[in-house]
Design a protein. Structure first.
Ligand SMILES: NC(=O)c1ccc[n+]([C@@H]2O[C@H](COP(=O)([O-])OP(=O)(O)OC[C@H]3O[C@@H](n4cnc5c(N)ncnc54)[C@H](OP(=O)(O)O)[C@@H]3O)[C@@H](O)[C@H]2O)c1
Length: 272
């Protein structure tokens, strides 16, 4: 293996072709991070209008190596068409970052059937289709690539009430990531997950009152996570810095998922 010791070489995504699906809160921030580091980003949103807004915003920031396509990621024909377009234009996809997600809250006993199905469909099935199609059409023929799925600490532990289908869909996504990692190592494809804690995006804007203050107190660092906290993990998993890391569920959660100690919220220290 080539000797690389400098961070700017090791973590570089310069010149990489990145397919980033779900240009919402986390996806939009990471789009800008990839562009700031010299990558080309093909972003997707559900509607053309949202995509145009994203491109216009990135152009205003001085980035032009971005384009956007509308995509309903639950539709494999649309994914196939998009991947074909990217391959025709760029010839490869080096990095796939799947930031698509959906959530809905309801008491478990009243959860609407269509919402249970929708969450599994968007958070798990669409990811499975996307990972599969990108690997088969782009990364296996190219001799490798990096896939990053955005999971959630909700796939590791139950951290809030009334979202059991979301938790199940993210647990499925994590396990899929691990399974694909071992199956596709022979193709030099790395498959990892970033598992965020709460971060303020449109996905969670329906939580009102003092909910986020309560969430903040659950973490061991005295703050909520911010979009900036996800840039380092994404660049790490997209670059040579993670040259032997595959199947990892990288939690970005201020240690919350490590467990909660007695009296943690009040900063209590055990007396002996
Ligand atoms: N925010 C949090 O606290 C948190 C915590 C843990 C994990 N996550 C995960 O982080 C990822 C990004 O979420 P976010 O917080 O950035 O929320 P967000 O702003 O709501 O972004 C979700 C993205 O998913 C896209 N999407 C939804 N259904 C789709 C479909 N059928 N086809 C294609 N795209 C679809 C949305 O498209 P449009 O842009 O067209 O709306 C949007 O870009 C998700 O996987 C989420 O589960 C978030």
């Amino acid at each position: 293996m080539e000797k690389k010791l400098k961070a700017e070489e090791l973590f570089s995504v310069e010149g990489k072709i990145v397919l980033l699906t779900g240009g919402g809160g986390i996806g939009e921030y990471l789009t800008e991070a990839y562009l700031a580091n010299g990558a080309t980003v093909i972003a997707t949103n559900r509607t053309k209008e949202k995509g145009e807004k994203l491109v216009a915003y990135m152009n205003e920031q001085g980035y032009d190596k971005i384009e956007s396509y509308p995509l309903d990621q639950t539709d494999s024909a649309q994914i196939e068409e998009l991947v074909d377009k990217i391959l025709a234009k760029y010839g490869r996809i080096d990095v796939l970052l799947n930031a698509v997600g959906y959530s809905y809250d309801c008491k478990p006993e009243d959860f609407p059937e269509e919402e249970i199905r929708k969450m599994i469909e968007i958070n798990y099935v669409s990811a499975a289709l996307l990972n599969k199609i990108v690997a088969k059409k782009a990364m296996i023929p190219a001799g490798g690539g990096k896939i990053i799925n955005i999971g959630s600490i909700a796939g590791i532990m139950c951290h809030s009430k009334n979202v059991f289908p979301y938790e199940a869909s993210k647990a499925a996504l994590h396990q899929m990531t691990r399974s694909l990692a071992l199956c596709w190592a022979k193709y030099n494809i790395y498959v990892n997950c970033i598992a965020p804690t709460w971060v303020k995006t449109p996905l969670v804007e329906h939580y009102k009152g003092d909910y986020f203050e309560r969430v903040r107190k659950m973490h061991y660092f005295d703050r909520l996570s911010e979009l900036q906290d996800y840039v380092g993990p994404a660049l790490f998993l997209s670059s040579d810095a993670s040259s032997y890391v595959s199947g990892l569920i990288l939690t970005v959660d201020g240690a919350w998922s490590c467990g909660r100690t007695v009296g943690h919220e009040e900063g209590y220290e055990v007396q002996y």
